[in-house]
Design a protein around this ligand. Sequence first.
Ligand SMILES: Cc1cc2nc3c(=O)[nH]c(=O)nc-3n(C[C@H](O)[C@H](O)[C@H](O)COP(=O)(O)OP(=O)(O)OC[C@H]3O[C@@H](n4cnc5c(N)ncnc54)[C@H](O)[C@@H]3O)c2cc1C
Length: 367
Amino acid sequence: MSTNTFSGFDLPEDIRMMRDAVERFVREEIVPAEQALPPESRGFPEEVLKPLQEKAKKAGYWCFDAPTEYGGGVFGHPPPIVMYASTPEQIEKYVVGSMANADYGFTGIAESTGGSDPARAIRTTATRTDKGWVINGTKMWITHGQYAKYGVVYARTDAGVSAFLVDAGTPGMKVVRMLPVLRDHWPTEIHFENCLIPHGNLIGTEGKGLELAGKWVTRARLLYAARSVGLADEALRIGVEWARERDTFGAVLATRQSVQFAVADSRVDIDAARWLVWEAAYKQDQGRDVRREAAAAKLFAVEAASRVVDRMMQIMGAMGMSKELPLEGWYRDLRVARVLEGASEILRQFVGKAELGPAASGKKAKA
Ligand SMILES: Cc1cc2nc3c(=O)[nH]c(=O)nc-3n(C[C@H](O)[C@H](O)[C@H](O)COP(=O)(O)OP(=O)(O)OC[C@H]3O[C@@H](n4cnc5c(N)ncnc54)[C@H](O)[C@@H]3O)c2cc1C
């Protein structure tokens, strides 16, 4: 949190300095490493990633979104966010470990039966026995499953859906396959067959797993929203630079009204998205309930960034489609992001219901 108070249309000095320093780090260290990757690569290989992570740690840019008391300091692997609600021992073992060693943890909510409505869709069960909890079921679309050191698995118990910590390698847990999708970073399918875990691996209260996830999803939505604003801003910068230089029919693209309109609409999209993010983040810093603001920010920022990237790809023609530039990858990532951490429809529903109140559920307001 900033030490200065929010003063209007600019970020406080300390946050601005941090933002500029991170931007320099990204431009000087990460972008060149990304550009050196072969077009068919899916993410950074370990030998490129590790030194980058070390540099980020040294510079103090490690797990910015994580609480500083657990070692948070965007380039590490913060744990699945509900982990912050775990016991001090679990935090010490998993959260601090994740941040110190960049260990991955996965979040296992979705199944083949659905992800938007996990309260009904989850079929995976956890049964309490004398020896511990026994998990059975299959999780689908799980990011980081193939290299995670542990995961948070949502399973049905007698009391409802509960969240459990499962260490990778626990007998009975198996990552069975990668699930190829549009974006480069593929999720996995994970099977649990009589997978026994200690009683102490329950996170929070039995039956309250989805409430916990709902509480923490706000943070994840804000991160998605902020990342989308950053991508869109950079996409606009790349497109504008091209439009200033590219000559067709005797004049640069920047002189064409269709290009000016695409740039204008993009600038407005980005500014509007940024304001939604800042408002939600500001209120969150004050400890206020920002579920609606975070849903609105993620909904608008991801869709706005998708529009911006699409427009800039069009302005750049073939080069916009090329894997030499990050635009096509962002285009695919943003398409996927419209389904993750609350699909756009689910977020619209949430914001709409907040606005309409009980009438949205067909109930009459009290006279
Ligand atoms: C690349 C990738 C990575 C993922 N990583 C993870 C992960 O790490 N962990 C994890 O648990 N899950 C993960 N998921 C799954 C993701 O959370 C789900 O895809 C998401 O929750 C949507 O669930 P679904 O795909 O089952 O779609 P469904 O829930 O079946 O919904 C299908 C469509 O219907 C719409 N819809 C649903 N309900 C309504 C309604 N009431 N009104 C109007 N429209 C509605 C949705 O918006 C959606 O567009 C990942 C998915 C992908 C593609």
